[in-house]
Design a protein around this ligand. Sequence first.
Ligand code: NAP
Length: 492
Amino acid sequence: MTTATTTDVEPALRLPPAKLFIGGEWVDAEGGTFTSENPATEQSLCEVAAASAADADRAVAAAQEALDGAWGKTSPRDRGKILWRIADALEARTEEFGRVETADNGKPIFESRYVDVPAAIDALRYFAGWADKIHGDTLAVQGPFSMAYTLREPMGVVAAITPWNFPIIQAMWKIAPALACGNAVVHKPASNTPLTALKFAELATEAGLPPGALNVVPGRGSQVGRRLVEHPGVAKISFTGSTEVGRGLMKDAADTIKRVTLELGGKSPNIVFADADLDAAVKGAYNGIFYGKGEVCAAGSRLFVEKRAHDEMLEKLIARTSRLVPGDPQHPKTRLGALVSKEQRESVLGYVETGREEGAEVAHGGRAADVDGKGYFMEPTILTGVDNQMKVAQEEIFGPVLVAIPFEEPEEAVSLANESIFGLAAGVWTRDIGKAHSVAARIKAGTVWINQYNWYDSGAPFGGYKQSGFGRELGSAALDYYTESKTVWVGK
Ligand code: NAP
């Protein structure tokens, strides 16, 4: 580990070296380096190694070597113990990892410290518990002398490709189940936020993970990511990212008939009925869109409010939002940080402009925000007068921008909610329990929250319907996506 100098960031921020992590050690990249920027200060944090396609090949070879060697010979129970030790080691360094995540991504330290790193630890412990409980079945087959059973085997080398919005969480939702199931992993983190992934690989090795079981190769998605997708030695791609990249990735994976799971974008509806606890719904709608700067795949970015309650709800929501002021992400009181990059802020502000051109009204925010004259901050934004067919209601904005749309009947709410290419998540707010379940059943989404929003647990599967992807992360469901089933027949 190198320690950052006072010229770039706080002296205590421990940043990884400009190297790849392959085979349990830091190695130079053939692809040179790129700069990791702090989006809140616009300052360079450090140089990061950029893997080339040849570096990706080296990482795959190291992962295969681990499967053929120490890691492949580690018993399921010992795999669980190692994962648990890694979780303990990460817990002891929560503050350090949280601060680096915040510096890299721009999210408030309140989130990194109290949600992101703890959620990553929880995923490690949850899947540590599964490691020695993954087994096949004996089968009731026909025939006088036959018996058959199934084995659940590791797939082999898993490539995990992750986005920038929840770097350590998304990484752990893949790495923890993949390792618990006995696979070896090559992780390609997002170019915007590679730092905690690199630090984590070193920490895991120090905690006892055999060399090569986890390798980290930052670099351009179109190069190193694509190489992993096409690599014949990679058995499975676990991808989280945009629907656009996911679509291309599926095509690239076709040549090798690679196992693929895709966790993609969303434009999730949050439906508030007039009989809901409006104050709770306001809080839920607010957290649903502004938590994580709205750079959240499951953000409740389309708010549907029953007409009778629309004006009151919007008035309360705007009042609450007006108290949300962007600030220094490392400050413990900050609740809205900087968007991840200049390009991302330009894209989000561009959508606000598009909304205006489409006839929406900017009821709150809508502009870049000034925080000490630096950083990619923007105001929390609410657009009203929106029609569900507008671009701002159909495309994923991926920033702190909410569109509000009134409805009259439950049927209308359901059909508006389902009028989307996405199907990641949804919220329903009502005191009528029958209506809540009936609406939840008819929404085409992988997760529906009733009278809450944005809740996750390592034991609850998460994933998409429609163009939000397929496969599930978390819960026992995730294990199916990191194992192959083999049927063994035994004759006389
Ligand atoms: P992205 O542009 O799709 O990138 C995701 C990852 O894929 C990055 O590591 C990227 O590398 C890599 N990549 C890019 N092109 C590739 C290619 N041709 N082959 C292989 N890998 C490639 O997504 P993002 O902008 O980082 O993240 C935001 C998106 O993620 C949003 O759409 C959001 O909804 C989605 N997301 C979904 C979930 C979920 O669970 N459903 C969770 C979080 C985020 P580079 O960084 O080098 O480009």
